[in-house]
Ligand binder design. Structure first.
Ligand SMILES: NC(=O)c1ccc[n+]([C@@H]2O[C@H](COP(=O)([O-])OP(=O)(O)OC[C@H]3O[C@@H](n4cnc5c(N)ncnc54)[C@H](O)[C@@H]3O)[C@@H](O)[C@H]2O)c1
Length: 356
């Protein structure tokens, strides 16, 4: 391929994390950026020396081959649809959609476009989660039947801007009482199970910490998978406490427990034997590209974000389906959306529609 893919990054916050991986790859170049906020745009443009700067998304779309949507969650679907209709590939930040209607719109747009779509659920590419997935696939855990994912992150300070006005997070992360923003927690665990969720039951703690929001402080979502296994998700973006992102997995032959901070170590027990440090398994079960990274991967910092984007670019080059395509993106997103109905009805099970 002689010409590089021209990448346009939309959203100057999380959008920053995409510069380093794309700079390392021979086939990509970030050529344009877009943000409504001119000062944020100029700050990031100066930092990464990007000349094409747009405050209007339509103008950016004309100039690029791939858009990265690091914009507020409610904009992911309208901006994805617009890009796909223009024949531009899409990398969308999480979550894929904020309503079931948006899910339908997104699938229709992907199915009628020549371009590709991926949701960038970077936790599926986190080193620890990749290691567990490989161990599961190689049978170390036996049959797996229970998993947990927790995203506990006090981000009250992000719900208003410096002037006290509500931000997008006020509405789309804590403004609806459901298991919002669950893809970081559910995605990796569903990857281990290799299936989808068929129903969810959801309950919350009540509202204690920040009463102006509709979302209860902690929301739990119990997910029944297609093969009747159980996944427990905890989301809390309100409680006053240190952050943690925790995972666990139980199989017939082995179990895994991640960390909850304060010096905790990730650990694995095989056949009921004493815990072993996670690092004991890295050389045997991490993919070669992690243990023996290429010069390109090293230039990008050997991160999950790099491998995720590398896989997407390879899919485009090879004409193969992208990892985390629209159906998988919705497998991760839709349980959280329908949990609203469960929580409103006292935790009754709600079926999770399959958008395939
Ligand atoms: N994968 C992860 O680990 C991770 C981490 C943080 C955020 N995120 C996701 O990234 C996205 C952005 O989050 P953030 O923390 O950067 O939010 P943010 O509010 O800090 O930044 C969003 C940016 O988008 C800009 N924007 C808003 N509307 C726009 C529009 N129509 N066109 C162009 N720009 C527009 C805003 O001006 C702002 O600069 C969200 O979807 C969030 O869920 C993912």
């Amino acid at each position: 391929m002689s010409e590089k893919f021209r990448i346009g990054i939309v959203g100057a916050g999380r959008g920053r994390s995409y510069f380093s991986p794309f700079a390392a790859m021979a086939e990509t170049e970030v050529t344009a950026i877009c943000d409504l906020d001119q000062s944020a745009l100029d700050q990031i443009g100066d930092q990464y020396q990007i000349k094409q700067r747009f405050t209007n998304y339509d103008d950016l779309l004309d100039q690029v081959d791939i858009v990265v949507l690091a914009t507020p969650e409610n904009l992911h679907v309208p901006q994805s649809v617009q890009a796909l209709q223009a024949g531009k590939h899409v990398i969308s930040e999480v979550t894929a959609a904020v309503s079931l209607d948006q899910c339908t719109e997104l699938v229709q747009a992907v199915e009628s476009s020549s371009a590709q779509y991926m949701m960038a659920e970077n936790l599926c590419y986190q080193k620890s989660n990749i290691l567990i997935r490989n161990m599961v696939q190689q049978g170390v855990f036996g049959d797996i039947y229970f998993g947990e994912g927790e995203y506990v992150h006090d981000i009250k300070s992000l719900h208003h801007d410096g002037q006290g006005n509500p931000t997008w997070r006020y509405y789309w992360q804590v403004g609806v009482n459901r298991c919002n923003y669950a893809t970081h927690s559910l995605g990796p665990v569903l990857d281990w199970f290799g299936e989808r969720v068929k129903s969810v039951c959801s309950l919350g703690t009540g509202i204690h910490t920040d009463p102006e929001h509709a979302m209860e402080d902690t929301v739990l979502m119990l997910c029944k998978t297609e093969s009747d296994c159980l996944i427990k998700i905890r989301i809390d973006m309100l409680s006053t406490r240190p952050a943690n992102s925790y995972f666990s997995l139980q199989g017939t032959k082995a179990c895994y427990e991640g960390t909850r901070g304060f010096g905790d170590q990730p650990k694995i027990s095989i056949e009921g034997e004493a815990w072993q440090p996670f690092s004991n398994f890295e050389s045997e079960f991490l993919p070669d590209r992690w243990t023996n990274p290429s010069a390109e991967a090293q230039a990008a910092g050997v991160t999950g974000e790099y491998f995720e984007l590398r896989d997407f670019i390879d899919a485009l080059l090879n004409g193969t389906p992208p990892p985390l395509n629209v159906y998988r993106a919705l497998d991760f997103t839709v349980p959280g959306l329908v949990s609203e109905e469960s929580i409103a009805n006292g935790g009754t099970p709600v079926a999770v529609p399959d958008f395939r």
